[in-house]
Design a protein around this ligand. Sequence first.
Ligand code: TYM
Length: 336
Amino acid sequence: MIDGKKVLYSGMQATGNLTLGNYLGALKNWVDLNEEYKCFFGVMDLHSITIRQEPSEFRKRARNLIALYIAAGLDPVKNCLYFQSHVPAHAELAWILGCFTYMGELNRMTQFKDKSAKHADNINAGLYTYPVLMAADILLYQAEYVPVGEDQRQHLEITRDIAQRFNAIYGDVFVVPEGFYGKRGAKVMSLQDPLKKMSKSDENPNGSIYLMDDADAVVRKCKRAVTDSGNEIRYSEDKPGISNLLDIYSGCTNKSVEEAEKEFDGKGYGDFKLAVAEAINSVLGPIHMEYERIIKDKNYLDGIIKENDSQAMYFANKTLRKARKKIGFTDIPRKE
Ligand code: TYM
């Protein structure tokens, strides 16, 4: 608890162009929850280098992500929005927790298998220990809730296992966190292949709606979205294309899937696709406007980054000190 509020933690990597999946699966839920909890939202730049990044592009993306968090509706005064690499405690706790994680556990991680297949020329140790760093992120802030998309479920489970294992040896050092998965949009699928997750790194740009796509691009991509045979707008396993669009529509309008099915009863796929595009654009439009305003205001953004860095460092170091002490590391002498 911080200031009488439970703690919530989440973050995104500063890689590629964010997609509607990142928004509906994570960012939107963060905005919905940010009043109720004491929230820490990281720009996960340490995780980002498990894949090669071009330095100047990477630096820009990381900063832009903070602006995007704010543009999407996260108040940077109430919430702590910060860069993971600015808080050395993340890397330090990750080392410690690595000594409480079994290779057998890491070998089971599906995301490691997927990413290794995609980047066969760079299967580095960081990619393998990625979930340990993620556990450190969450446990440092004693977070109770972690709102993420479905694809992070396995990482949340291993975080809980590591926390429980550590606590069983040393007493209650870490809060054991719960994952929070939204009712809608926890797994947004590709518009070109609805059996595959919508992803920043998709080779086919028509498969993903990027958060920075303009209104015309959104309409074009929705029109081209792969649908199923038949003409009914109904959520069902044998209609993955239409079900995905219904999920997206529901996530963007806050209407339930049942309401959406009723609304489009008797209508054709063409009309439905246009309505989906309109719903997406009504979410993205205001974010674009805010983003343009914030990104131009360098001093404002610098001020926020500085302020929030030290807040994150304060809470992270508190937990790190506790863990160090329990393990039996000698005290670091304080300089006079
Ligand atoms: P990243 O950047 O890959 O994804 C950020 C968030 O977006 C969600 N997401 C999706 N949700 C629904 N449908 C999709 N198609 C889709 N694609 C992505 C992800 O589930 C995630 O919530 N490992 C994390 C970053 C991280 C983190 C943490 C998160 C590092 N440390 C600690 C929470 C707590 C990740 O995958 O980021």
